[in-house]
Design a protein around this ligand. Structure first.
Ligand code: ACO
Length: 428
């Protein structure tokens, strides 16, 4: 007999179906609740609310498990390139060599930006935040890809839009970096793989060829893979909900980029480095800053700590911490903030405040230190997160459209004034 949940409202009892996922996670299906009972549920921040059934990413916050399409993140980060993982997320299976080569070829073909897009870059002040530029530039792609505007796109339209966006994103991101330095843009190189090409456009020079260190490319691949999807987080839910209005892919992703920007979400990687720098400049007394993070009268939070769903450890943080040690050693970099980060982590993990609240380092606690070692300025960190998250956002948007999900439209409980008498302006 299928499992149900009972709900008592007044004199009546209602039976609600229970849904079981493939990893045995349970949900009470309340989709007919209002029709049956007249009641809605309320769950600020959606802490207990599933918005969809998804076959893309599985996450167990208690056990610290993260899988993309059934593959553990540890295996993918160890054995795959970012492009293979992007293919896996978007199309559902790992590619054969031939499929991967074809995917790479298509992406190389679409990597150039329309020359008119350079005018947008010219319009930004040199100190414009890269995330603001990124969401504008991604949205502006609609102007150059009319096929993306069809609210009922064919499968071919969708495929083309997906390929164009994946192909152009590294060019957009690297040109934002070049623009901030006042350096000439570097054009994509078809002979290079996706990540090497991105590093070439970001750090290359028009005056001479640069060698792209395979250690750097490896590190970048790993970071992008670890950020590639994370089920229904704030930015991904934004992409799905915006897309549910049949809004085009570019605009939906642009909205996701805006959601990612905040320091409680993707913006945390920038905030972590700024925090570590501040602690270093303040003399490096980590106990003082731990005490500030615990003080409820102080707004300071330990950035890069805590997570809505991970309540044991963040598996991505484990991989990143090791990668951080490896990369800094391989590149021969001695970053004093790494020492502060390790001391903070050690102190927090043995402090009852953090232990009781199950607060652990998240993916962003160490990622900024790696980005910095690779040569990226702090305000580019969240843009790199967006570059990594792109395949996940695309996969989630595509799944939402393919499942023909209804427009996202939560309800509310109204708590405002009731029936006020209108008073003419002269008498107010
Ligand atoms: N430092 C100090 N205290 C914290 C922290 C922190 N980083 N995070 C949570 N807490 C405390 C809260 O004050 C609260 O304490 P209380 O119960 O005494 O009131 C308790 O822990 C629960 O915190 P909430 O904010 O309710 O947890 P929520 O799940 O809503 O928030 C979040 C999760 C936003 C990630 C939070 O932990 C935080 O602000 N962390 C710092 C920012 C950060 O690193 N964000 C990146 C997340 S990863 C990502 O998006 C890629």
């Amino acid at each position: 007999m299928s499992e149900t949940a009972s709900i008592n409202l007044g004199e009546k009892t209602y039976e609600l179906p229970v849904i079981t996922g493939t990893e045995n996670e349970k949900a009470i299906d309340i989709s007919k609740l209002r029709d049956q009972t007249g009641y809605i549920t309320i769950d600020s921040g959606f802490k207990n609310t599933g918005s969809t059934k998804s076959a893309i990413t599985y996450l167990d916050g208690e056990q610290g498990i993260l899988k993309y399409r059934g593959y553990p993140i540890e295996v993918l980060a160890e054995k795959c390139s970012f492009l293979e993982v992007a293919y896996l997320l978007i199309y559902g299976d790992l590619p054969s060599q031939a499929a991967l080569d074809e995917f790479q070829r298509e992406l190389s073909y679409h990597a150039l930006l329309h020359e008119d897009m350079k005018k947008f870059y010219d319009g930004f002040p040199s100190k414009a935040h890269p995330m603001g530029q990124l969401c504008s530039l991604v949205s502006s792609l609609t102007a150059f890809s009319p096929e993306s505007l069809n609210p009922n796109p064919t499968q071919d339209d969708i495929n083309l839009t997906v390929l164009k966006l994946l192909a152009k994103m590294p060019t957009i991101v690297s040109w934002i970096h070049k623009g901030s330095l006042g350096e000439p843009f570097i054009y994509p190189q078809n002979r290079l793989d996706y990540v090497s090409n991105f590093m070439h456009m970001t750090f290359g020079q028009v005056t001479h060829e640069i060698d792209i260190d395979p250690v750097v490319v490896d590190a970048m691949n790993k970071l992008l893979i670890l950020h590639a999807d994370h089920e229904q987080n704030c930015s991904t839910s934004t992409v799905r909900i915006v897309g549910s209005s049949e809004c085009n892919l570019y605009a939906s992703i642009s909205a996701g980029i805006s959601a990612l920007w905040g320091p409680l979400h993707g913006g945390a990687n920038q905030a972590v480095i700024e925090m570590l720098e501040k602690i270093k400049d303040d003399g490096g007394d980590t106990d003082k800053w731990i005490a500030k993070a615990k003080d409820k009268n102080d707004n300071f939070r330990l950035m890069g700590f805590g997570h809505r769903v991970y309540k044991n450890f963040d598996p991505r943080a484990k991989i990143i911490k090791k990668a951080c040690d490896d990369i800094l050693a391989k590149l021969g970099i001695n970053d004093p903030v790494l020492e502060i980060a390790k001391r903070l982590e050690e102190a927090a993990l043995s402090d009852p405040y953090f232990v009781e609240r199950k607060l652990y380092p998240n993916v962003d606690f160490y990622s900024g230190i790696i980005y910095r070692a690779l040569g990226f300025p702090t305000d580019m960190f969240t843009v790199l997160f967006a570059l990594g998250r792109l395949p996940g956002w695309i996969a989630q948007w595509k799944e939402m459209r393919e499942n023909k999900e209804p427009i996202g439209r939560p309800r509310q409980v109204y708590v405002g004034a009731v029936d006020r008498d209108f008073v003419e302006m002269a008498k107010r």
